[in-house]
Design a protein. Structure first.
Length: 272
């Protein structure tokens, strides 16, 4: 690849210098690489949030190397790994489930390797900054064309930490779903797509009403195409553009606060 592509996601934080340091390491190995920062504002230690954001983003990116570091177990016996996905991409990061949903979004896992070749790391590897010392160099070497088999021994795909996001289940005229992710506005991405809602309610129409049931509390919320279709401070069900799945929001407000939602909170949707 004359101009390889590397995407980069972490929980390092916006003003931190760590992402720039890692980019410097990667450019030192693969100077022609195009590096795309997905985000460095994943909530601290939130492996689940990072996995969700990575899985939603990578299908829109060019085939390349995807480096992700949300690693509360850095320096422990958790393994550093790389995954080759069916689309042809490589994912590099810790074996804590962070990479798995993205690999499935790219067609599934073809092969997994443990990162055990020190020739592909920085000369000195710290116990607290594997993003710089181990993951970034490996990602850059892969982008520069290093053979995947040189990273280390192959691991069974079912032997790495799996991270499964909740699924939506339609039955008996209701859709049981759950909160997958809460963004900075308080909008809540839910498991399932619009087709799942249509399976219990027919073709979705603007202002069509659904009961949103959270821990026995029942609220009536309309289906809407955009936030401005409801009054300020009012909730809506909608199809999230980034996730291409169901979401619940509040026009100029927080659905998480309005409904008392948090990650994995079960929600039942029912046509009224």
């Amino acid at each position: 690849m004359s101009s390889p592509f590397i995407s980069f996601l972490t929980d390092f934080g916006g003003p931190a210098s760590a992402p720039a340091v890692c980019r410097g390491v990667m450019w030192g190995i693969a100077p022609d690489a195009r590096i795309c920062d997905i985000t460095h504002s994943v909530s601290r230690f939130a492996v689940r949030d990072g996995a969700f954001l990575l899985s939603c983003t990578v299908p829109y990116l060019p085939v390349g190397v995807h480096l992700a570091v949300v690693d509360p177990g850095v320096g422990t016996n958790r393994r550093p790994i790389a995954i080759r996905a069916a689309r042809g991409d490589f994912l590099v990061g810790p074996d804590n489930g962070l990479l798995v949903p993205a690999a499935h979004a790219l067609g599934g896992i073809d092969e997994v390797r443990a990162l055990e070749n020190p020739a592909l790391w920085l000369p000195r590897v710290s116990s607290t900054f594997h993003g710089r010392d181990l993951f970034a160099p490996v990602a850059a070497h892969l982008a520069a064309g290093v053979d995947f088999s040189s990273l280390g021994p192959q691991l069974p795909a079912d032997g790495i930490v799996d991270l499964r996001l909740p699924d939506a289940v339609a039955q008996d005229g209701v859709l049981d779903t759950a909160v997958l992710f809460i963004d900075t506005f308080g909008n809540c991405r839910l498991a399932g797509q619009a087709a799942d809602l249509e399976s219990i309610a027919g073709a979705l129409q603007p202002a069509q009403e659904f009961a949103v049931i959270v821990e026995g509390r029942r609220s009536v919320v309309p289906w809407a195409a955009t936030f401005g279709a409801v009054a300020i401070g009012s909730p809506l069900l909608y199809e999230d553009a980034d996730y291409a799945g169901l979401a619940i929001g509040v026009n100029q407000g927080s659905a998480a606060e309005h409904f008392g939602l948090e990650i994995d909170r079960p929600i039942r949707l029912e046509p009224t």
